[in-house]
Write a protein that binds this ligand. Sequence first.
Ligand code: B12
Length: 212
Amino acid sequence: MDLNAIRTAVIEGNALAVENGVKEALEAKISAESILIEALVPAMDEVGKRFEAGDFFVPEMLIAARAMKTGIALLRPLLAELGVEPVGKVVIGTVKGDLHDIGKNLVGLMLEGAGFEVIDVGTDVSIETFVEAVQREEPHLLGMSALLTTTMPSAAEVIKALSDAGLRDKVKVLFGGAPVTEAFTEQIGADGYAPDAAAAVTKAKDLLGVTN
Ligand code: B12
C-alpha cells in the first residue's frame, strides 16, 4: 500500500482501506509524519476542494472525514512520541442550549486532518465552560458552533466573558453554523466566520498566519 492509495482511500471514504493502508505503510517503515503530511492531510485538502466545487456534499465529506480519523487514530500515539508539533491548538464546542454536533464534529475532524490539535468540549457548552477551557488549554483558536437562531447570541456572551476574564486577546475566535452569517460574526466581535468545514480550515490557518 503506497501513500497514493491511502490518499485515494480517504477521498473515497473507505475507512477499512485507510486502516490497512496506514498499517502497511508503517510496517514498510514509512514514518507516521510522512503518512500524515503526504497522504491524510492532502486527501482532506482534496475533499475540501471537491466540497467547495460542489462535487462533494456533506455525506461524502463526513465519510471521508471518518476514514481520515481512522488513520489519525493509528498515527496519533506515534506522532505524540515523535513530538511532531501541531499546526495550532483549537478548542471547539457547540454553544449553550444547542445539541447539534454534526457540523462541529466535521469542522473538528477537518482541522485535525489539517494538523491542528483539537480539544472538543462537546455540545450545550456553557459560557463558563468555554472560558475555563480557554484558560486551561490555552488554545490558539476557539471554535464555536450554533445551529439555532435562539442559541447564536450565546457566542456573543462567550466573547464578552473572555474579555472580562482578560483572555480575549490570547485567542482567536471562529464562529459558524447554518444560521450564522459573516455579518453576525463581525457584530459580536469574533475574529472569523466560515460557512463550511473546508472554509473553516482555510480561515483557521489565515487567522493563525499558517502558510500552505
Ligand atoms: C440533524 C438536525 C438535528 C438533530 C441533531 C443531531 C446532532 N447530533 O447534531 C436533532 C434531531 C437532535 C435536532 C434537534 C433539534 N433541531 Co435540528 N436540525 C438538524 C438538521 C436537519 C441538520 C443539521 C446538520 O447536522 N447539518 C449538517 C452539518 C454538516 O451542517 P452544519 O451543521 O450547518 O455545519 C456546517 C456549517 O454550518 C459549518 N459549521 C458548523 N459549525 C461550525 C463551527 C465553526 C467554528 C465553523 C467555522 C463552521 C461551522 O461547517 C459545517 C460543516 O460544513 C437541521 C436542518 C439544516 N438543514 O441545517 C435542523 C435544524 C438546525 N434544527 C432545528 C430545530 C428547530 C431543532 C429543534 C429545536 C427541534 C425540536 N423542536 O425539538 C431541536 C433542538 C435541539 C437542541 N437543543 O439543539 C432548526 C433550527 C431553526 C432555527 N433557525 O433556529 C433546523 C434549521 C431545522 C428547520 N428547518 O427547522 N436537529
